[in-house]
Design a protein around this ligand. Sequence first.
Ligand code: DQA
Length: 147
Amino acid sequence: MKALVINGPNINMLGIREPGIYGSESYETLVALCARAATEAGFDEVECFQSNHEGAIVDKIQEAMGVYDGIVINPAAYTHTSVAILDALKAVSIPAVEVHISAVEEREDFRQVSYARLACFATITGEGLEGYRHGLKLLAKHLRTDA
Ligand code: DQA
C-alpha cells in the first residue's frame, strides 16, 4: 500500500507562519511524522509533496493514478478556491482524506467552503500535525475495508 501526502501553499512555512494557529513545528517535522505514521498504519511507502502552485498540485494528483493507493491532502488556501483540485481528485478516483491543521470551522467565513472535501471520504480539522497521523490511519482502514 502506497500513500501520497499533498500539502498546498505556505505549509512549507510551518513553524514560522502564524505559530499561534499552526504551531511551532517545521514542515520537516511534519514529513518525519508522516513517514512514521504511514509505517504505523501499515503503508509500505509514503511520499510527501508540497507546492505553492495550484497547477503543480493538479499535476501531482493526476500522476498519482496507478501509483498511489490513497491520498491525504491539505490543499491549504486552495481548499476554499480550487475547483481544479476537486476535479483532479474526482478524475483519478483515488480514495482521499482532507486534513487541516487548524479548526477551519471556527475561523473566518471564507474558510467555511471546501471544494476538495467533495472528493474526500473523511475530513480532519483542528488536530494540529497529529491530524496527518489520524488521516493516514483512516486512509489505511478505508483501503483495507475496500480491498
Ligand atoms: C489550512 C487552513 C486554510 O484555511 C489555510 O489557508 C491554510 C492551512 C490548515 O491546515 O489549517 O493554509 O489548510
